[in-house]
Design a protein around this ligand. Structure first.
Ligand code: 4AZ
Length: 244
């Protein structure tokens, strides 16, 4: 996250870091959001270089300072299955959405899902992650970062200076700040773009892609979670014995 600030403990318990198995420490590859006691919402492209997606990541919960070897609330979970959107292909940025089924339930608080197909243009939102805080040369922070952005209309996204690929397809939304300087960046993929409705945090977007980071008039592109609400519900209901 470029242009954000450090987040304190216990603020965003649904935030999940996806760290590759077999690597030392916690690498910053991708992120996600806990949406039930055993499902994590993330980006399909986080799995693009593997044919066994359930073996790729450790799911890290309760992490705020990545540089600490241990934290009181930090736990790691394994994945039992990964549901990648049927129409996602690595050649395109469309349908960049996946649901991870954890091998056991967690006690962390999930984030709310939005209702189907709502229009959020103009709404203030924040993006959180351990992704790069610098634009030209990647630099990964120790502490989780949060930055405030605004969700913009599809039309404004299309007519922005550098039109991101596929930004006009249904199922994506754009968010940013007009003058640049604040954005998701490398390593933030899969993490939440979150808004508050009556005090409840809701995941409106999934960090998907951009043309660089934090450039003037070039918003970040997110998967529109409300567009995929029924798809998400279908994936969650595949878990046996699960009651919402
Ligand atoms: C990335 O590579 C990435 N500025 C995610 C979002 C954006 C750029 C890069 C948007 O994970």
């Amino acid at each position: 996250v470029v242009g954000g600030e450090s987040v304190g403990y216990f603020r965003f318990p649904w935030f999940v870091a996806l760290s590759r198995r077999g690597k030392q420490g916690v690498d910053v590859t991708c992120a996600g959001s806990l949406i039930t006691d055993r499902h994590v919402l993330t980006a399909a492209h986080c799995f693009r270089r593997t044919d066994r997606p359930e073996l790729l990541y450790r799911v890290v919960l309760g992490m705020v300072d990545r540089c600490e070897a241990k934290e009181h609330r930090r736990i790691e979970m394994l994945t039992s299955r990964v549901f990648i959107h049927e129409n996602y292909t690595p050649r395109s940025t469309a349908h960049d959405i996946a649901v991870i089924e954890l091998s056991a339930p967690t006690h962390f608080m999930p984030i709310c899902l939005p209702p189907q197909s709502i229009n959020n243009a103009g709404k203030r939102a924040s993006v959180i992650g351990f992704g790069s805080t610098q634009v030209r040369r990647a630099r990964y922070p120790c502490v989780l970062q949060e930055a405030n952005v605004t969700i913009i209309t599809r039309r404004a996204c299309r007519t922005s200076r550098l039109q991101p690929k596929n930004s006009n397809v249904a199922g994506t939304l754009c968010a940013g700040v007009y003058d640049g300087g604040i954005d998701a960046c490398d390593g933030d993929s899969g993490g939440p773009l979150q808004t508050q409705y009556g005090g409840l945090f809701t995941v409106q977007g999934i960090v998907s892609f951009g043309e660089g980071c934090a450039r003037r008039k070039v918003p970040g592109v997110y998967t529109d979670v409300s567009y995929y609400r029924s798809w998400i519900d279908r994936q969650i209901s595949k878990t046996q014995h699960y009651t919402a």
